[in-house]
Design a protein around this ligand. Structure first.
Ligand SMILES: [Zn+2]
Length: 79
């Protein structure tokens, strides 16, 4: 499990944000099988951290896969 750092703005946070579970890609579904093996530790597929500023939008896009949602969220913020 990664520490809480927003996937969009790289801001680290403590209480304000949270995790969003996105739809799984085919690759994620394969990776998920490894989590069922005893002793396997890693970051769950499709699960990502977002700060307070981004978690609302992230939740509204959670029916998409993480790469799709990430693309939409980052395109809105040209920097
Ligand atoms: Zn953020």
């Amino acid at each position: 499990m990664r520490p809480p750092i927003c996937a969009i703005c790289d801001k680290d946070f403590y209480d304000e944000g949270g995790m969003v579970q996105f739809a799984l890609t085919e690759k994620d579904k394969e990776n998920l099988k490894r989590f069922e093996e005893p002793g396997f530790v890693g970051h769950p597929p499709g699960l990502e951290w977002f700060c307070e500023e981004h978690i609302k939008e992230a939740k509204s896009l959670s029916h998409l896969t993480l790469p799709e949602a990430y693309k939409i969220m980052t395109q809105k913020k040209p920097e």
